[in-house]
Unconditional design. Structure first.
Length: 247
């Protein structure tokens, strides 16, 4: 794995966006298209804003998928990841297609199977991910499932994860935060050819330390990224403040 540390979240976003654009351009040049997984959350704001300014990317050849969505949440809700991605990816970039996970599907297990089959139809060129304050990867909270053979799974959100969503500013109280979600599984994330993990801010420093300096364990879900040979971590001065390893 590779680690890149910037001074600020804005600089981090620009460095990660330049690398993301390069990977997408290379995939299009090699395959005529690119398939991309996109993360959500406040930690991705600077990165996605910078990516929208990167030139030379034929977004009309890019198909996107996303990591997770709350169960039962309409896409009109301010916290809906479908809404987030329409505003921050679809509107500014106009990719060829964005395959959304429908959290309001009448049969969530069937929705997991549907979008999972589409995801696995061809290789994923690059996944953009983050790390939660409790070390979660997508909505895979500790202890995470490292062995499932499913692309998407239904997960229970633990209280630390749900409290983090309050910090994102989209819910008024903890009772408003959903308790279940559809999430891409960790084994599926690790199937991406390349992974860019974008993690700014001081509130992520302990999780970064646990997931990058410690052992690979379901208790620190994002530690699984240590096993992927082409993962790059993009950190800022604050999120890397407790990090022992620098490369």
């Amino acid at each position: 794995m590779n680690i890149k540390i910037s001074d600020t979240p804005e600089e981090l976003g620009k460095v990660a966006a330049a690398d993301a654009a390069r990977v997408i351009r290379q995939a299009i040049a090699a395959n005529g298209e690119a398939r991309v997984i996109v993360a959500t959350g406040a930690s991705q704001f600077a990165f996605l804003a910078a990516l929208a300014k990167e030139g030379g990317v034929e977004w009309s050849r890019v198909t996107c998928f996303h990591l997770d969505e709350y169960l039962g949440m309409p896409d009109t809700h301010p916290a809906s990841f479908r809404r987030y991605l329409r505003e921050r990816v679809v509107a500014p970039l106009a990719p060829k297609h964005f395959e959304f996970v429908d959290g309001t599907a009448p049969d969530p297990e069937a929705e997991c199977a549907r979008v999972g089959a589409l995801l696995r139809a061809k290789p994923i060129d690059v996944a953009f991910v983050g790390i939660g304050e409790n070390g979660h990867l997508a909505f895979n909270d500790p202890p995470a499932d490292f062995t499932t053979d499913r692309a998407y799974i239904i997960v229970e959100l633990d209280e630390p994860c749900r409290r983090q969503q309050l910090g994102e500013g989209w819910f008024a109280t903890l009772d408003d935060v959903p308790r279940r979600a559809i999430s891409m599984s960790i084994p599926q994330i690790l199937k991406a050819v390349e992974i860019l993990c974008i993690v700014p801010d001081q509130r992520k420093a302990q999780a970064v330390h646990e997931c990058l300096d410690g052992a690979v364990t379901p208790l620190h879900p994002a530690s699984a990224l240590q096993q992927h040979g082409r993962t790059t971590f993009y950190l800022d001065r604050n999120s890397s403040s407790k990090l022992e390893r620098r490369s």
